[in-house]
Design a protein around this ligand. Structure first.
Ligand SMILES: *[C@@H]1O[C@H](CO)[C@@H](O)[C@H](O)[C@H]1NC(C)=O
Length: 205
């Protein structure tokens, strides 16, 4: 009796562990898919791979020109922010080019060098743009990234999508996938072993 219960309990535990393992594998597969669809393209579009020194030529707010946050959205969703324009001398090629704060700035609005992070509160927005402008005026020389193929002439200040970032992004789903497969293998081994040991246990009790 006790032996049978034990075997049944073990089977129950094995099934749950198996579902946990399969769930982890399925979850990590979903995460891989999500990363592949949404994040990998951003890394592929990040063409500013080489670092150089940029010398500030101009950092000014374009008067009267306001940048729209999202031109596609309805009127009520339009946020405005002062349009900062930064031009630098990219010293490796001795050319004056437009600088963007990150890759996303370039994607979202190539007319302005900086897009404030929170666009709801206009005084905050103005303060953020002022801080950035002052930072440029105080740091006349700084490292920047450019496109070595020169297909894109602009440079960026901060790389949001460096190659090692992609490795880190894949770390969690890979760990989860490995864990899930490990659990499934353990369950299979345990089931395989119990084929030999279970009858003896039952008889022994
Ligand atoms: C850019 O910098 C280089 C090196 O410092 C200099 O020779 C060149 O004249 C500068 N170009 C401009 C347009 O200021």
């Amino acid at each position: 009796m006790l032996g049978k219960k034990l075997v049944a309990g073990q089977k129950h535990g094995e099934t749950r562990a198996l579902f946990l393992g399969l769930g982890m594998v399925a979850c990590s597969a979903l995460m891989y898919y999500f990363i592949g669809v949404t994040i990998v393209p951003k890394y592929n579009r990040s063409i500013w791979t080489k670092e150089s020194i940029c010398k500030l030529m101009k950092a000014s707010i374009k008067e009267k020109v306001y940048c729209l946050f999202n031109e596609d959205s309805g009127e009520e969703n339009i946020f405005r922010y002062p349009c900062l324009e930064v031009q630098v001398n990219l010293t490796v090629i001795r050319q004056v080019v437009m600088l963007y704060y990150t890759e996303d700035t370039w994607t979202r609005n190539p007319k302005c060098s900086y897009i404030p992070s929170n666009l709801e509160d206009y005084t905050q927005v103005q303060k953020q743009v002022e801080n950035i402008t002052n930072w440029f005026r105080e740091n006349k020389r700084f490292p920047c990234f450019y496109d070595p193929s020169r297909e894109e002439s602009s440079v960026i200040l901060t790389r949001l999508y460096p190659p090692d970032g992609l490795v880190l992004t894949f770390l969690w789903p890979t760990l989860m996938m490995t864990g899930g497969i490990f659990i499934i293998i353990l369950v299979k081994i345990s089931q395989y072993l119990s084929v030999f040991t279970a009858p003896e246990n039952v008889r022994g009790i």
